[in-house]
Design a protein around this ligand. Sequence first.
Ligand SMILES: *Cc1c(COP(=O)(O)O)cnc(C)c1O
Length: 496
Amino acid sequence: MHTQKLLAALPKVDVLLWQPCFVACNPKILKPIVQRHIDSVRQAILQDQITTTHPNLAIHITQASAGDLRDTLTQFLTESIAQEYDTLTTSSLVPLVNATGVVLQTNLGRSVFAPTLFEQIKPLLTRYCNLEYDLTQGKRSSRYAHANAMLKALFCQEYEFLLVNNNAAAVLLILNTFAKDKEVIISRGELIEIGGEFRIPEVMKSAGSLLVEVGATNKTRLTDYERAISPNTAMLMKAHKSNFAQMGFCEEVDMCELSTLACSNGLIDYYDLGSGCVADLPLATSLFDTRTEPTLYEIFASPPALLSFSGDKLFGASQVGIIAGKPHLIARLKQNQLLRALRVDKLCISALQATLQAYLRNDRESIPTFAMLSLTSDVLHQRAQELLQMLQSRALKTINTTIIEVDSVAGGGSLPNKIFQSVALALASTALSVSALESRLRKEFHIITRVQKQQVLIDVRTLLQGDMERICEALWALDKCVCLDSQEESRKRGGR
Ligand SMILES: *Cc1c(COP(=O)(O)O)cnc(C)c1O
């Protein structure tokens, strides 16, 4: 209807590029966005759909003068272009408040790093460092030497240690090095899915190994392994059930027995430990299994020829796969060309080394994963009280709060049968549904909560420095906003 008038008022690319608010923008990135937005409005004009495809374009097409129309379209386009540019150039990674009580969540970045440890490694990342350089000889050295000495001191002087990107990479490298085109015997009860649809049997196949499953889902005996050994067998492997638990009629073979069998048949024994728990977490209560998770120290008392674990599960460092093994085996791993593709960088090595230093100092408080999993009930209650008092320093009109005791888990594929008793602030809104409250806290304030029994829970176990303030600000803001909304509602209703 007003096609010609609108087309004539459509601003040119250059006019938009020169808008004052785009001065600091990168023109290479801005220009295609501008062109796309102009095209989209042009299409809408040509199809006579400007009001349906761009409902925000509130222009009184018939009354507006040509100049007004041009201004309105320019302003509309400038705003929508600025929004897209901002979204594109803002980091999509944002810090979150983890109020779920689950300490290790792969989706939320697994282990967090202590600010003090981070300060320690900052100069290593912002300056040059001796990653592969021997300062006394002035020659090239190995990046793997840095953590090796500390890991040996912590766990086993007779073993050597090697780092790769993560524990899945450790499995891949070990199998590819020692069992390419050869058989690896593993229990049917241990063919686990790690997460994100990655499965041990598939990783084994990718390494070129031939998987030989033995036993049944619930029971595997030493004789099952024994009978499966053939001239083409290279390895007996055990994968720790780190992300699930079996109960009832079940039986598995102890790693030590497996090692003895491997030894007497000239085979390699490998234990994929998964989490790598350094010390007992005495506060965890068992769901049904009274056995405690074997600690790394216990495993290193009589270690298999090779073992590996994740750096960012219970170990509490950053993402890394830690391999320990007899020196001649580690030497062979180092010769595999794949190692280059799985190589760790200085970020990873320095983060691990800072964590190892904390372990060497026996300063487990500096390892947040460990500290959070060790919080006592008293401390958790204190925290919840503190949060409640902070929150009540300003009256909330639409949100009721109570302190309750809850059960949480370690998460991140670790300690599946352990319950960690925790304390939470339970929120109930008189104006919002449970799901609306959960989703607004998540989307608008980046606070991740847990919903249970029609309440939104803020579990205090996983709160870090500054999180309580953030939670209070969010709830105050949300409360105010909901109040204003309902006032607006009643005003409208009254006015009608
Ligand atoms: C978690 C896990 C892995 C994978 O470790 P990532 O560090 O996540 O790659 C492998 N095996 C077991 C038994 C695990 O629990």
